[in-house]
Design a protein around this ligand. Sequence first.
Ligand SMILES: [Mg+2]
Length: 289
Amino acid sequence: MSLVFNTLPGKIAVSALLIVNLTACQTAAPVVPSNSGAAQPTAHNNFNSVLWYQTSAEFRANAIQTYRQATDLLSKAKSDPSWTVWPQTNAANLPAAIIVDIDETILDNSPAAAQDVLTNAAFSDASWDRWVSLAKADAVPGAVAFVNAAEAMGIKVLYISNRACTVRAGDNRTCPQKDDTLNNLKAVGIQQISAAQLWLKAEQADWSSEKESRRQLAMQSYRVIMSVGDDFGDFLPNVKKNITPAQRAALVDQYQTHWGSRFFMLPNPTYGSWDTILNQPKQQYLRGF
Ligand SMILES: [Mg+2]
């Protein structure tokens, strides 16, 4: 018996497949007969998370609920010159903008994750880039109506994403991923969008997977009134490594009044910094009774 522990997007180049042989299982549990030697998708450690993401009414309702709340507050946030997500000087004189993440915030990439489950594979940069090149992600429920409503009200939408520009074999563009992403966002129905609104990882020297420098840049030109994401790192700096779940929870609580007013979090159990901050063995974090 073996379990495959994969590491998903985060768009971090982690592609190692870690196979842990649970020899204890071989002696303690009966051998399950199998008709073939093929690995079973249900043994993949992302099986249940991806299944929930793709099939549950609960996921869909969560996303709709989040975007409905954000949409309802757009007018109030725009008309209040003191309304900002993060502290900003001179904000009242700046045009309003919202910052959104892309993956699992605007676009649903769960088919890429599902493919890894079905083939019992770990996340790989090559497989991810194939998926990006297809530009066929569906939208997260509620996302398109939200950004279209914001743009219609004159609120600029900035897409700050950790999708990275990388070279692609047989393609001489410097950032084919940017074209793909723009095409995908248009294809799902986003009406007003240009390449200048997409700020991908590593497009500029200090644009790392830590998004704070891009947020600071946005705040030089805009009064940022909302942030939408699926990862805690979409909202605050220094929460994606060298931090414990308890420390992250305390930070969430510190921003109690931001959630649902300035911060809007989409659910994503399939990958993210919630997972990558954990040390092995992960069982140490489970609390029983
Ligand atoms: Mg994301």
